[in-house]
Design a protein around this ligand. Sequence first.
Ligand code: NAP
Length: 490
Amino acid sequence: MKFRDDSLRLNDPDLLRQKGFIGGVWCDAASGDSMAILSPADATPVGCVPMFATGEIREAVRAAQEASRGWRTLTPRQRGAVMRRWAELILVNIDDLASILTAEQGKPLAEARAEVTGSAGFVDWFAEEGRRAYGEVIPPPDGTRRTIVVREPIGVVGAITPWNFPSSMVARKCAPALAAGCTIILKPAPQTPFSALALAAIAERAGVPAGVINIVTGDAARIGGELTCNPAVRKLSFTGSTAVGKLLMAQCANTVKRVSLELGGHAPFIVFADADLDMAVQGLIAAKFRNAGQTCVAANRIYLHESIYNAFASKLVCLVGALKVGHGTSPGVQIGPLISEAALRKVELQIAEAIEGGARVLCGGKRHQLGGTFFEPTVLGEVNDGMLAAREETFGPVAPLLRFREEAEVLQRANDTPYGLTGYFYTSDHGRVWRAAEGLETGIVGVNVGVTAFEAAPFGGVKESGFGREGARQGLDEYLTTKYVCVGGL
Ligand code: NAP
């Protein structure tokens, strides 16, 4: 299957891989089964990927196990050198990688480029951080012994990623795994496999040995079943919805695997009366409308102090009304399509339910005239805590505005959810900065800022948003295990 000529012209067409990558071999499914991937912008075919059978997934696990013997015995400096080349080549190929990402996911090209830059950032950062997998020397209990703690690679890792960040989610798992000395089998989301496959192709060029990174595509339950139940897989790292995370965690119980879960979010975004409103509105645009609202850290409930509610809402409506919606490759576009018709219907349902309950559409509110899965950036006023938009992750370009009076009250409402990934607030009061940062039950807090993530910061949630951290030195720990060595008879 080929791209439409007008939608994708790659400098290096070889980066569009329509095969899986198992044990260093680019392969089709033995059955010949494949699935077509369509662009969310206009439903044109992007390409196809194989539907692997269970035996082929098992083969990928075997290949990762085999490759692990060599990869884990390299020094961190040797692994880092290969990874640094990988990071450099990602940046050399950024135009093609961004084009592939926009074709399969729909986000504006500028956002795709930023994401690919972030992917290179993860690989480069962990290339270095692998050298700091320090152990410990413990004072022994008597003179005849020496007692030390060493950190070792956990072994073969299974990874499952979602469609909203098809490049950086892959880098965020592969980079720390490889730096720690682990090997990996990764299943990308079926909507967006090509970014993962292109990253693997570049890794191969950089000298990552065969079997260290394996990419498998196909039926989720089949692949997930093998990755969670095969005893050779020692860790599962999952990013996706809370519902699927719970299922995979249960499946991992039987072989007692280490698990990291980066799950759904439902971020509160609080604007206190003493906030810089212009800065807060800009922060909200970034926190809410990046990737058309399809981010786990998206501001989902916007709490405005009653004294600034009207002023904030009118500033916000001005900016949101001017956001440019369109195909990700069109110049100046800020909002691409939603990933699917189902995503669009969820957004419509939340808006309809809110209007029925008394909310008002301040701008947008309906499907965009472009058709397909394009939706107008929307602001909803007078939303209350009982409405769906205030209770469930939206994953779309809808900003629901709620009023509050007191600091304690708004913190209690912000925390009244099973989710706990990110929380944002805007204030100029130093005391409140600490009270609110400590009061929010989330893994990440943004104070006077709408975008927090970068490779050296620990990313992850609490409560039903999951556990484990990605990025930062904590992200390396996820792929290391602790061994205590006691030497006696001195
Ligand atoms: P999803 O439906 O949970 O899917 C995520 C991945 O899991 C996909 O590759 C999916 O493949 C796979 N999957 C689904 N059922 C499976 C099963 N039974 N066994 C194995 N794999 C299975 O989530 P999504 O809609 O793609 O992504 C959006 C969600 O991800 C949101 O909730 C968002 O908040 C969350 N997210 C969290 C973070 C974070 O860091 N906390 C980051 C990004 C996104 P199939 O599509 O083939 O089923």
